[in-house]
Design a binder for this molecule. Sequence first.
Ligand code: KIV
Ligand code: ZN
Length: 512
Amino acid sequence: MSKEHLIIFDTTLRDGEQSPGASMTKEEKLRIARQLERMRVDVIEAGFPAASNGDFDAVRAVAEAIKDSTVAGLCRAFDKDIARALEAVKPAKSGRIHTFIATSPIHMEKKLRMAPDDVLLAAQHAVRFARNGIDDVEFSCEDAGRSDLDFLCRIIEAVIKEGASTINIPDTVGYNVPEQYANRIHQLRERIPNSDKVIWSVHCHNDLGLAVANSLAAVMAGARQVECTINGLGERAGNAALEEIVMAVHTRQDVFPCVTRIDTTQIVAASKMVSSITGFPVQPNKAIVGANAFAHESGIHQDGVLKHRETYEIMRAEDVGWNANKLVLGKHSGRTAFKARLKELGIEVEGEQVLNAAFTRFKELADKKHEIFDEDLHALMSDEMVLTDDEHYTLVSSMFHSETGEAPQARLTLSAGGTERHAESSGSGPVDATFKAIESVAVSGSELLLYSVNAITTGTDAQGEVTVRLAKDGRIVNGQGADTDIVVASAKAYLNALNKLCSGQEKLNPQI
Ligand code: KIV
Ligand code: ZN
């Protein structure tokens, strides 16, 4: 018997971005969107276009670039928001408007200050207005997990009549437990007379650690769209993790009545990309994408796995994209091989100039590090892509000095708006000295919120990938840098963050 399709709706670029500090630039959103498309996600929620011009531009850019996934824009149930979202998703080959209004007593009374009948009218109007501009309209009852079931039945029946084709039941505050949430989906599908006209969707937050369990229980009760994020990124404790939902359905085909179309081998690459762009690390024991998710430490387990893999493994690491860091290129590899490998990795290089610059940096890296893995190429290219002609600060050269009993020193030459500037400072360590030296030139007055270093591959010659999060006047930016010298990587990451602050590329977190 052929199975039903489970729609995977990824909201990393919208709900994921609402995590404080996870704000992304348009270019970063585009890179993630391309990886999501490569992974064959059905719907990519690219942002909240009415939140800011930056968000609008990013949603529009994703809508222009993506061909194989539907691109959705979120909007409140206001004409102005919906019109802005319609404009943003217009270039998409397949676009969707996702409009929402709160339906729980506490939200209606305390936040919206609206009577339930007025909320119902606003919802009907919003869906009608959206349907005038586009065929694919999703309606969400915010805080549905705490809403009155009778009221949900009334409002949902009404918006289906207005032409909504997907109905989403968010557990906005992560309050539900699996049986209760599944029962809610079941009841709604049973009681609403036109319920068979729509796809039922779920959107669970992880406040009690139940987002994935609740989503999967709802799938058993008939939901056929799951809203989720890479690495479970999202507001507060996050959203349901895409990789866990997909692999549960994939691995337990004996239990689930549906299949996804996800290319699971792209999962680890997506996880690493989101972690590196946002600076949110993945805990080592995280299911599917944690560094230890497939590691067997105990002797008994190792013995079992060596004798017969399935004694302790229910999934194959390579099926989710682990072990993909095979040796690809080296110091003797030419430009053609470099370009071909980038293409195989799905990295698009726009223009000969970018390719030439990237190839020069590849050669420099290959001189320092003889084995170049796919992960190195990803880091190198993300470094290359953040460097644009209008970078205000770049690192020209650096020298660091550390000696037992002496304060570490950093001596840098920076280019600031095209003028070379020298900077020098001591600090409690070489990274501290470097940041102080940069600040002596930039005088940004920003606050350092996060500094993190990650080894991209194994071995002491691995590149270190650094994230620096800076805050200034309520704006938060993440800067990245990669190098085999982690102090140089740190300097690059700090300068990248400063460049984002200068250019205003980032935006305020679109809190809704
Ligand atoms: O959690 C939530 O309720 C949401 C909606 C806007 C879908 O993110
Ligand atoms: Zn949410």
